[in-house]
Write a protein that binds this ligand. Structure first.
Ligand code: AMP
Ligand code: MN
Ligand code: MN
Ligand code: MN
Length: 286
């Protein structure tokens, strides 16, 4: 039997993915995965339905993807294995979801200044029933109106991090993000560092409480992944990885389970959670 694999970076339609949690679980099963984590942006709404759908055969780790400010840029921090009922974390997430709406509205204002008309209603319609609205939904609304031909064109021309209508979301510092995750008994991991993190920042980020780094990710080819594997080894960081699947929103994937991530990542994670005295990995029942 091949060694078990996992996918620790997945989105559902509760944030900017297109699959329901049940569809994610279904695909994870088809891919033969042993464990997954739903890491929606700023919401935990996908976790319980995923756990209910998964049953005992598939471990579903509590996860979330937070946006934090570092060096005047946004970077993404994954949280794993935290207590989902933690009050400070829950209340932050509620605030962040509200902040996301205001930010979309601010970007709509900037678009308007440039003669591009799109309304919050149109973005909400493109988003469907999400908890955590985001730029991909705005991009989709622009596409539906024929203003851009693809999501990537929307990011390049208008709303990407360096584009004219971009408005920063993050109000969290890295220390705040790590504090929220760690305070809830979880582990904080730097997401897709190749896109967002300079190597020189890593020691300072570790000082802020970052305990892991995402090594396996579709942005990382084999040599980039090897680079981060060594960096992790050098700094004693936990290694994680996943497909960052957003469902059908990104044409051609990447899809669930297409990035090979060994089960050993989950074992290390469990060891860290044990050391912290946390056992929020896969509670009995839900
Ligand atoms: P937000 O959370 O609102 O800042 O939106 C960020 C999300 O937009 C990321 O999580 C990706 O899913 C998506 N994204 C970022 N850059 C691009 C891009 N260039 N093309 C398509 N999607 C992107
Ligand atoms: Mn996303
Ligand atoms: Mn991300
Ligand atoms: Mn992601």
């Amino acid at each position: 039997m091949p060694p078990p694999r996992v996918d620790l970076h997945l989105h559902t339609r509760h944030s900017d993915g297109t699959f329901t949690p049940q569809e994610v679980v279904q695909r994870a099963r088809s891919a033969g995965l042993a464990a997954i984590s739903i890491t929606d942006h700023d919401t935990l709404a996908g976790l319980t339905p995923a756990r209910l759908a998964a049953g005992p055969g598939l471990e579903v780790l509590a996860g979330v993807e937070l946006t934090a400010v570092w060096a005047r840029r946004e970077l993404h921090i994954l949280g794993y294995g935290f207590r989902t009922e933690d009050v400070p974390l829950q209340s932050y997430l509620t605030r962040a979801q509200g902040g996301r709406r205001s930010r979309i509205q601010a970007m709509i204002g900037r678009l308007k200044e440039r003669g591009v008309q799109v309304s919050l209603e149109e973005v909400e319609q493109a988003a469907g029933d999400v908890d955590s609205i985001g730029r991909p939904h705005l991009a989709e609304a622009l596409m539906r109106k024929g203003i851009v031909r693809s999501l990537s064109e929307a990011f390049e021309r208008y709303i990407g991090d360096r584009a004219p209508c971009f408005v920063r979301q993050a109000t969290l510092t890295v220390a705040d993000a790590v504090g929220l995750i760690g305070g809830a008994g979880g582990v904080a991991v730097l997401a897709h560092p190749h896109r967002m993190v300079e190597d020189a920042w890593v020691p300072a980020l570790i000082q802020q409480g970052i305990q892991g780094i995402e090594v396996y990710h579709p942005d990382h080819n084999a040599s980039v992944a090897e680079h981060y594997r060594r960096l992790a080894q050098e700094h004693g960081l936990l290694i994680t990885g996943g497909s960052d699947c957003h469902g059908l929103r990104r044409q051609g994937g990447p899809f669930i389970g297409t990035i090979p991530v060994p089960y050993g990542c989950v074992e290390r994670l469990k060891e860290i959670l044990d050391l912290k005295g946390s056992d929020p990995f896969c509670p009995k029942g839900v």
